[in-house]
Design a protein around this ligand. Structure first.
Ligand code: FRU
Length: 490
């Protein structure tokens, strides 16, 4: 019998039961990656938020731990972050070290969902995150007089020797600084007139510095990441919630957008990449995980006693492209552990008009990779899963390739929300030599699509029955050479 399409993914994190949204408190400590998450354990829809908790040593297997934070009279425990307080800056650890988490306490005022208050709280752990104590001096930042004030991301800013907290405030970001993680001062704001083009509430900010790859001078930039939620009063855009980023400089107090006139920069062009957060305290790379979902339909996706998944962990990189500096992603190397090559044949001759089945892997977890060299003015559909379920249409000009993705959802279990299926322009790549890399797991397809220097990232939830997996290339015009075709299964 065929496995259910809501069977648990093999390499993507899912909650033990109930509802999950944003990743929270991502921190690496003592050989463990901690993943906390927005959690409503006894329900399949959003509600009073807890912080669920899991740890992993290899980013492939996650061990569930008891709930870390539960709602109380101060409110629900909304999204936030965590850091290692290595030198006891907070004084909470008797001169030793410990974990400090920051979250937003959210209180509804009366029984009207429109009226609420948000303030910043702290919790600490002396035992590797196994038990948590809410700080007696909460709130560490009181409500500012406006209601949307949430999702603290705390980082250590070495040049100024201070901690910085980034907060989403409606359609602004606020930066606070602190010497001891407990007392915070407002340093600056970022928003209107600084290159921000989006409607919808800003949520889940992140801030980090990355070296510019391949730059001899070792130049670096700061990246400010902002989730843009759904504006329930505004026109319902077909994209739903998405993740935007800004590139610039940060001096410890103020973020300066280097490209205020740039168009909107998206971290992922797909539909299911939201509330991304990077890990704190990972020494050698910027590692991030996002919620593999979209607020537009998150409450309706197929469930099996649990609902929601995280993306695979990816590393973030800054690359100079012909369009300017851009944020690129790679799947974390650890993900390759425990998968083994499948026997596949790379077509020797260029594929011409017609339908070509490249492989039919009989596995629920598949990692794939290939390079396509397209002739000018060609068009083809590259499909993963059941022929048409997930399709990329590549159309070349003389020296660019346009990428459109399409997700079906008219049949079976995928027919749960009118916003789920659809077609969208991902973007245009430079050149006609395209390197595709993807992971198919139960419940999702994640694709990184590279041109010569540009990259598109397309993350899509996909609720098709496992095992029904065929990789096809349908050439409509022109032709395509395929190189370095490789599949691995887990
Ligand atoms: C983003 C978000 C956050 C908030 C959390 C509540 O998905 O709306 O802004 O803290 O979810 O669960």
């Amino acid at each position: 019998p065929q496995a259910s399409p809501t069977e648990r993914p093999m390499r993507h994190f899912t909650p033990p039961q109930g509802w999950m949204n944003d990743p929270n408190g991502l921190v690496y400590h003592d050989g463990e990656y901690h993943l906390f998450y927005q959690y409503h354990p006894n329900s399949l829809v959003w509600g009073p938020m807890h912080w669920g908790h899991a740890v992993s040593r290899d980013l492939c297997h996650w061990q569930h731990l008891p709930v870390a934070l539960t709602p109380d009279d101060d409110g629900m425990c909304f999204s936030g972050s965590a850091v290692v307080d290595r030198h006891d800056a907070s004084g909470l650890f008797n001169g030793g070290e410990g974990l400090v988490a920051f979250y937003t306490a959210h209180r509804f005022m009366g029984d009207d969902e429109e009226h609420y208050e948000q303030e910043q709280h702290l919790a600490w752990s002396r035992d590797n995150g196994r038990s948590w104590h809410k700080y007696a001096g909460n709130p560490i930042i009181a409500p500012p007089g406006f209601c949307d004030f949430r999702d603290p991301k705390v980082i250590y800013h070495a040049p100024s020797g201070r901690w910085v907290m980034v907060l989403a405030c409606g359609q602004h970001i606020r930066f606070y600084t602190s010497a001891n993680l407990l007392d915070w001062q407002l340093a600056s704001e970022f928003g209107d007139g600084q290159g921000c083009h989006t409607d919808g509430p800003w949520e889940c900010p992140d801030l980090f510095e990355l070296p510019l790859e391949g730059d001899q001078a070792e130049a670096s930039r700061w990246i400010l990441v902002v989730g843009v939620g759904i504006d329930h009063e505004g026109p319902q855009d077909t994209l739903g919630s998405f993740t935007q980023y800004f590139i610039g400089h940060f001096d410890g107090e103020r973020f300066h957008n280097d490209y205020p006139d740039e168009p909107l920069l998206l971290m992922d062009q797909g539909r299911d990449f939201y509330a991304v957060q990077s890990f704190s305290d990972v020494p050698d790379r910027r590692l991030a995980i996002a919620w593999l979902n979209n607020w537009q339909y998150a409450g309706h996706t197929p469930e099996a006693g649990w609902r929601g998944a995280m993306t695979l962990p990816r590393t973030l990189h800054l690359v100079a492209t012909d369009q300017g500096v851009r944020l690129h992603q790679r799947f974390a190397d650890e993900l390759d552990h425990g998968i083994s090559p499948l026997d596949v044949a790379c077509p020797g001759a260029p594929l011409t008009q017609g339908q070509h089945v490249l492989a039919t892997p009989n596995a629920d977890l598949v990692r794939g990779e290939l390079t396509l060299v397209l002739t000018a003015n060609s068009q083809l559909d590259f499909s993963l899963q059941q022929g048409t379920q997930q399709r990329l249409r590549l159309s070349t000009g003389d020296d660019t390739t346009e990428v459109v993705y399409r997700r079906e959802g008219h049949s079976g279990v995928a027919r749960f929300d009118q916003h789920f299926p659809g077609e969208r322009l991902a973007g245009e790549l430079d050149g006609r030599r395209i390197h595709l890399q993807w992971w198919v797991d139960r419940g999702s397809v994640e694709m990184l699509i590279n041109g010569e220097r540009r990259q598109l990232s397309v993350t899509l939830a996909s609720f098709v029955a496992p095992h029904r997996h065929s990789i096809t290339m349908e050439v409509h015009s022109g032709s395509a050479e395929i190189h370095d075709f490789r599949l691995d299964a887990g």
